[in-house]
Write a protein that binds this ligand. Structure first.
Ligand code: NAP
Ligand code: ZN
Length: 352
């Protein structure tokens, strides 16, 4: 039987959250039902409900940083049992048969992966995300949260963690490498923790010095206020790898200039406008300007295990959603760069 759960939903662009009933499908053979404990607020949730990317389909239940406990399993489920601590990230299905799925890059599924929200399941049903008390997901897309990471601090790893872990690994962050993280927000603070744990020398680039002490505590040995022209000049040509996590438009030339020859600038931030770079800025120095999209399911599990091994969780502020305007206000605070460093909704507080 389908179950009814409580969720936070946005009925139209710009409208506030409201608590609603949401139906979750009856368990298929390969499905896991999860009692969601915490759901992180990613800036992508905000871009989506405010329709900054276009193509938003309302009503929307956002949330793709989900942590909780298995409460039921379908007859054919083998990986999970009731009581297991699990997570769900940005994907809830993929075809499993195309080259990209077989290579562990389910996000690039040739037949179209299914996102956790604002996305249609293969049966046509609209997916609804983690700002809810239950979710039903095929076991293939469910991650195991290792003992040693609390569920609230684990939730943001499912998007902010994997989105930064994947390019850090791909571009060789490690001992002897100088890594800069631009934007110390949800993704940025995870990039700092992960790059430091990988052994890289980490710098943070932020709009001001306001986050300098925090950045140091997260693992940055050099905090640069991007408003400080002399400090930016001094940093020219000094980084092997730059991860840009900024959610707003940035002048790429300014950051390409900070790369060493053969260095790479990986853009993970997703503002709606185009990036502009002079080809000469890349050619002079064999520089790489690239992007990175979350990570596959296997790599997400690898990231969670890495976090457990290194004692890493997200730095969070927990939200009580019993007054749903708290979540609306939290969205404004994220946009204003005020969150330290990820809001996590305690889903048990969603009003009955
Ligand atoms: P966030 O917590 O809001 O962090 C973004 C940071 O960018 C802020 O903390 C701020 O850092 C900086 N910033 C914000 N506005 C700025 C402005 N006008 N000028 C310069 N810097 C500014 O957001 P998030 O959740 O980390 O997400 C960041 C971006 O990544 C979003 O666009 C999101 O959609 C995208 N994203 C992409 C993927 C992917 O797969 N590629 C996955 C998840 C999210 P300072 O205060 O330090 O300056
Ligand atoms: Zn996200």
């Amino acid at each position: 039987m389908p179950t009814t759960t409580r969720a936070l939903s946005v009925p139209s662009a710009g409208a506030p959250f409201e608590a609603v009933d949401l139906e979750r499908r009856d368990l298929r053979d390969d499905d896991v039902r999860i009692d969601v404990a915490f759901a992180g607020i990613c800036h992508s949730d905000i871009h989506t409900v405010r329709d900054e990317w276009g193509a938003a389909h309302y009503p929307i239940v956002t949330g793709h940083e989900i942590a909780g406990t298995v409460s039921a399993v379908g007859d054919g489920v083998t990986k999970y049992k009731v009581g297991d601590r699990v997570g769900v990230g940005c994907l809830v299905d993929s075809c499993t048969e195309c080259e990209n799925c077989k290579n562990g890059q389910e996000m690039f599924c040739s037949n179209g992966s299914v996102g956790t929200y604002n996305s249609q399941n293969y049966d046509g049903e609209w997916a609804a995300g983690g700002y809810s008390q239950q979710i039903v997901v095929t076991e293939r897309m469910v991650l195991r949260i290792p003992e040693g990471i609390e569920l609230d601090e684990a939730a943001p790893l499912l998007c902010a963690g994997i989105t930064t872990y994947s390019p850090l690994r791909r571009w060789g962050a490690g001992p002897g490498k100088k890594v800069a993280v631009v934007g110390v927000g949800g993704l940025g603070h995870m990039a700092v923790k992960l790059a430091a744990a990988m052994g890289a020398e980490v710098s943070t680039l932020s709009r001001s010095s306001a986050k300098a002490d925090d950045a140091k505590a997260l693992g940055s040995s050099n905090h640069i206020a991007t408003s400080d022209e002399d400090a930016m000049k001094a940093a020219k040509g000094s980084f092997d790898l730059i991860i840009n996590t900024v959610s707003a438009d940035l002048d790429m030339e300014t950051y390409v200039r900070l790369l060493r020859p053969n260095g790479a600038l990986v853009n993970v931030g997703l503002p709606p406008n185009k990036l502009a770079v002079n080809p000469g800025s890349l050619i002079g120095g064999n520089k790489v300007l690239t992007g990175s999209n979350i990570g596959g399911i296997g790599e997400t599990q690898e990231m969670l295990d890495f976090c457990a091994e290194h004692g890493i969780g997200a730095t969070i502020e927990t939200l009580d959603a019993s007054d749903t305007t708290t979540v609306d206000a939290a969205y404004d605070e994220v946009v204003a760069g005020k969150v330290r460093y990820r809001y996590v909704i305690d889903t048990s507080t969603i009003p009955a």
